[in-house]
Write a protein that binds this ligand. Structure first.
Ligand SMILES: NC(=O)c1ccc[n+]([C@@H]2O[C@H](COP(=O)([O-])OP(=O)(O)OC[C@H]3O[C@@H](n4cnc5c(N)ncnc54)[C@H](OP(=O)(O)O)[C@@H]3O)[C@@H](O)[C@H]2O)c1
Length: 329
């Protein structure tokens, strides 16, 4: 159970998830939050991570550090996605175990489930059939780390367990034109098209694949519910439990942004997994439920995007050629 004095290390605290977790912990009155930037502590460096744990001795670790990206980035850089995600996971998990951390929550992803697993995706579907090829390297790295947590828990009795978030969005997202996930990618494209007065936006893929989205503040609340649970399952999904087509999502984003032009699809571009929606009965049974509707969350996120990314409105960056919307990896 968390108290205001618990020493908590949030790895990756400057990322979208890590910063939401820090906001949620601060709102809970946690006074002993430990954070390090990548420059202060490279989590790919096991000896530096070991020395950090020896000195700080965190009681709880929430592991939000990772290399993250959409389909394009996952397909282009599988080596980096595998190497870095295994690297940052094992350095932190091993040091936590060695230096007496009582509890560690590892952040996996819904990408760990097989491409053809029955929907909605249940935790029991893990490792039952082949993965989606476009993000296999990332998924294998995540599976390796979550199984490692499970083995440590079974073999040594430490409470190391994992959460599997669905596609996330919210403040602090990555709006990179090529490496972003679907929602920040769409927000950026529609914003740029509106600013440039473009008449059309062309989206990647057929638009018919279905995805689920969760606001990152809802995820942070789910993470705290899991950290507070006495005997949580090894793997727990966290999602909204509702999915929609990418085209329906694009229509909502266009409305939120105020883009009045036409939305076209480029079906030549890859779609990714046909449907991805999580079964969230496990996390619901711990008393958590999502509270932020997609439309409300998108309006809030767009306001954040406009505030923090004034340069993204520069007309010179507008692309009205082949669409860049992509389902996340
Ligand atoms: N975003 C999603 O839709 C989504 C969905 C499902 C699961 N997840 C999982 O949730 C977790 C957090 O994702 P996110 O969206 O918050 O990602 P993010 O915004 O890219 O944040 C990742 C953080 O990890 C840090 N990091 C990466 N490598 C590091 C290293 N070698 N040393 C120190 N810090 C390092 C990054 O530091 P810098 O700031 O220096 O780069 C960044 O702060 C990940 O495990 C991800 O797989 C995310």
């Amino acid at each position: 159970m968390l108290t205001p004095e618990t020493r908590i290390f949030v790895a990756g605290h400057r990322g979208m998830v890590g910063s939401a977790v820090c906001r949620a912990l601060a709102a809970r009155g946690c006074r002993n939050l430990i954070t390090r930037t990548r420059r202060e502590l490279d989590l790919m460096d096991p000896s530096a991570v070991d020395a950090f744990f020896a000195a700080e001795k965190p009681e709880v670790v929430i592991h939000c550090a990772a290399r993250v990206g959409g389909i394009h980035a996952n397909r282009t850089y599988p080596v980096e996605f595998m190497r870095e995600n295994i690297g940052v996971s094992f350095s932190v998990i091993d040091a936590a175990h060695k230096h007496g951390t009582q509890r560690l929550l590892y952040l996996g992803s819904s990408c760990i489930y097989p491409r053809e697993a029955p929907q909605p995706l249940r935790e029991a579907s893990l490792l039952t059939s082949p993965l989606e090829p476009t993000n296999e390297a990332y998924a294998l790295a995540k599976i390796t780390a979550l199984k490692y947590c499970q083995y440590l828990r079974n073999q040594y009795g430490v409470l190391f367990h994992s959460a599997m978030p669905t596609n996330l969005y919210g403040p602090g997202d990555n709006y990179h034109p090529e490496n972003s996930h679907v929602i920040p990618g769409l927000l950026r494209r529609f914003h740029e098209a509106k600013t440039a007065g473009a008449e059309t936006v062309i989206l990647w893929g057929t638009g018919t694949v279905r995805r689920e989205f969760l606001h990152v503040d809802d995820l942070a609340a789910g993470i705290l519910a899991l950290i507070g649970a006495e005997n949580p399952p090894d793997i727990v999904n966290i999602g909204s439990g509702k999915d929609l087509t990418i085209r329906a999502l694009a229509d909502i984003v266009a409305d939120v942004v105020g883009f009045k032009g036409e939305i076209l699809q480029n079906p030549e571009m890859p779609d990714g997994t046909p449907r991805k929606c999580l079964d969230i009965s496990r996390i619901r049974s711990l008393g958590w439920t999502p509270t932020i509707s997609l439309e409300e969350g998108l309006r809030q996120t767009y306001a954040d995007f406009v505030n923090i990314s004034p340069t993204s409105a520069t007309p010179a960056t507008v692309q009205t050629g082949p669409g860049q919307s992509r389902a996340r990896g």
